[in-house]
Ligand binder design. Structure first.
Ligand code: SAM
Length: 326
């Protein structure tokens, strides 16, 4: 009981700074002619969204305490690093606004990345192709989701809990936020965390070293192996249709027979009816070229057509967790 209330208090307090930061950024952005959301729609849906958030933060706190998942309180280092990255996010913001105005979306990376990848996703500086981008990515995501990205990532806990000593492959680990959640929850599991971005992998190795994690650069459309569990978080909406289907196929094929795949992703059309219009709005405010095609093509149906079994869906906040077996 004590741990439930501790988790809930942590959930509620950790969204406060990000809500304030989003409000400040939205105010500045609106003054410059680029609001970050539709004011009228926000007003109309506010009550429903707040009650969804309350209900799901309670659910997250309850599950974390049932699973004995401990989150340390932020120490002085965490607070210092919060303000450091906040400064960098705000300093970088004028470049984002310029990019939005000019529709200037190609990165300057000279690496041989696939064409779809070499772009300024979300208008962010360098897209996923620099360590600077990696250094402010987590903070940008938390501002965008008003501090709710962490509880959405924690949807993975219940599904992954059976792999205490498992051999686990993560696709598209980015800066390792979900990796860290799983690695701390399953200290005896062996996790291979991979991403297409050389720069994000390099950043994660330096900044998120974890005893039971090996970071490796790898394209998820080419994943191989025989793992007990494969997972990815917030990857599919960043991919064109072909690459999205390729990743799902490779994710299934990289499992042992009977192994489990787990996906955490944005809700799709018709998952939560009152949020459909918000989903359609998202790519109007952030450079998300494949988001519309993602929300309109059910991941569950694709998995079924690729032969996945025991498909199960759990929804929380603006995300869902899909698990399946091979
Ligand atoms: C929205 S981020 C999510 C990162 C991380 N999973 C998280 O929870 O923050 C999407 C990630 O997908 C990676 N990515 C995009 N295409 C990829 C591919 N074909 N193979 C592996 N990673 C890819 C990007 O480099 C980026 O790190």
């Amino acid at each position: 009981m004590i741990s439930f209330y501790k988790n809930l208090t942590q959930n509620l307090t950790s969204i406060i700074p990000y809500v304030a930061e989003f409000t400040a950024l939205n105010f500045y952005s609106t003054m410059k002619g680029h609001p970050l959301r539709d004011k009228e729609k926000h007003k109309r849906l506010k009550k429903k969204v707040i009650s969804l958030i309350e209900k799901d933060l309670i659910a997250d706190a309850k599950i974390c305490s049932e699973l004995n998942f401990h989150r340390p309180l932020p120490g002085i280092n965490k607070i210092q690093s919060h303000f450091k990255t906040l400064g960098l996010v705000f300093l970088d913001y004028n470049k984002i606004l310029q990019r939005r105005s000019k529709n200037d979306l190609k990165t300057s990376s000279t690496r041989d990345y696939p064409k779809y990848f070499n772009r300024n996703f979300h208008f962010q500086t360098d897209g996923y192709t620099s360590e600077f981008s990696a250094s402010i990515y987590d903070h940008q995501v938390e501002i965008l989701f008003a501090g709710l990205a962490a509880p959405m990532r924690r949807l993975i806990l219940e599904e992954v809990s059976e792999f205490k000593e498992g051999n686990i492959l993560e696709l598209a680990c980015g800066t390792g936020s979900a990796t860290e959640i799983v690695a701390n929850f399953l200290p005896d599991a062996k996790i291979t965390a991979t991403d297409l971005s050389h720069e994000y992998i390099s950043f994660s190795k330096k900044n998120r070293p974890l005893r039971n994690v090996e970071y490796k650069q790898m394209d998820a459309t080419k994943a191989t192996g025989e793992y007990d569990c494969t997972f990815h978080v917030f990857l599919l909406h960043e991919l064109p249709t072909k690459e999205r289907n390729d990743v799902l196929l490779k994710q299934i094929q990289s499992l042992k027979v009977g192994g489990k795949g787990i996906i955490i992703e944005s809700l799709q059309v018709s998952d939560v009816d009152f949020l459909n219009e918000v989903l359609y709005d998202f790519p109007k405010y952030y450079h998300e070229p494949f988001f519309k095609s993602y929300i309109e093509n059910s991941v569950e149906k694709t998995l079924e057509s690729l032969g996945a079994k025991n498909i199960k869906v759990t929804k929380r906040l603006f995300s869902k967790c899909i698990s399946f077996s091979r």
